[in-house]
Design a protein around this ligand. Structure first.
Ligand SMILES: NC(=O)c1ccc[n+]([C@@H]2O[C@H](COP(=O)([O-])OP(=O)(O)OC[C@H]3O[C@@H](n4cnc5c(N)ncnc54)[C@H](OP(=O)(O)O)[C@@H]3O)[C@@H](O)[C@H]2O)c1
Length: 287
């Protein structure tokens, strides 16, 4: 199949380009240099020229704290450009897989968020992504929207890579322990994308790894595993702290668990636990 991946330089976009190319697809990855999604140019027309069977939209304004002061830019990229990409998909008769986030939810629930729960984001980033989903659904009758959470992988910037660096530099680290979610490996997300596309799925799906963790739990696991794989580790102690001791511009959900019931049915596969996927990512990254 002919695929167009936007955000191809980002952590998920890069993984998607590599994995879909390895599976034999004809993949074009584009980044900001090819098409600036914050520009006033005709994004839809440019997208349509690729004549892709599927467009995988991994591009997004993802700087959660900075979005609080760059609201207009966040909405331009995450809502307006998402709409334009959907219009481009419509023009070229392409299917669109649009990636979204757990941060569209406010975290006030005590049970996993389901696909049809209403967004009540706490941050500019979350609201811009929620409105991006609505924009895509306004344009296309059968979009595929994949929400995921707490993403990490070999490419780009993420919590796991930051922790590995900090653990090699410092003896003690403080890590937030009152926000819970599910760390999710980019390779697993791209695997889920492949299944959804093969099955011609449409609508909203949630996909994360299995299990629940706080940022502290994730850091603790990295600290347990990394030295066994040869990573340089100086850190000896992790201190759990509440979010109130880690001031940030954007408010984040304290409870960020996505229900995967719908995804389990279509996948017909076991979803890996986050500890297993973390170990696999660390092992690959070490070699
Ligand atoms: N990271 C997470 O924890 C997480 C969690 C849940 C959902 N998601 C969603 O997953 C998707 C992929 O996120 P990610 O983690 O891969 O993010 P990422 O590493 O920040 O990648 C985002 C990509 O979007 C591109 N982009 C940003 N502004 C652009 C613009 N004006 N024009 C063109 N390209 C632009 C970036 O290009 P540059 O490299 O040039 O800036 C980057 O390649 C997003 O939809 C995000 O909302 C992420």
């Amino acid at each position: 199949m002919k695929l167009l991946v936007t955000g191809a330089g980002g952590q998920l976009g890069r993984e998607a380009v590599l994995a879909f190319t390895a599976s034999g697809h004809d993949v074009t990855g584009i980044g900001r240099g090819d098409l600036d999604l914050a520009s006033s140019g005709d994004i839809a027309d440019v997208i349509a020229t690729y004549r892709a069977d599927w467009i995988i939209n991994c591009a997004a304004y993802t700087q959660v704290d900075k979005a609080e002061e760059e609201e207009e830019l966040a909405f331009t990229v995450n809502r307006d450009a998402a709409r334009a990409i959907a219009l481009g998909a419509q023009q070229s008769n392409s299917r669109l897989l649009h990636v979204s986030t757990d941060f569209i939810f406010g975290g006030k629930q005590a049970t996993p968020y389901r696909e049809n729960d209403k967004g009540d984001a706490l941050s500019v980033y979350g609201r811009s992504k929620w409105e991006g989903e609505q924009a895509v659904m306004d344009v296309l009758s059968e979009p595929l929207i994949l929400r995921t959470a707490w993403v990490y992988g070999a490419h780009g910037n993420n919590f796991v890579k930051t922790m590995l660096r900090l653990m090699s530099e410092r003896e003690e680290l403080r890590v937030v322990d009152d926000q819970i979610g599910t760390p999710t490996w980019t390779q697993d997300i791209v695997g889920a994308m492949q299944v959804l596309m093969e099955k011609h799925a449409n609508g909203i799906y949630h996909y994360t790894n299995e299990g629940v963790a706080s940022w502290y739990d994730l850091a603790h696991e990295i600290l347990s595993v990394a030295p066994t794989l040869g990573y340089p580790v100086k850190a000896e102690k992790l201190h759990p702290i509440p979010s109130s001791q880690w001031p940030s511009a954007a408010q984040r959900p304290t409870y960020s668990i996505l229900s995967k019931e719908k995804m389990r049915k279509i996948l017909a596969l076991d979803i890996p636990h986050w500890r297993e996927s973390l170990r696999n990512m660390l092992r690959e990254n070490a070699s």
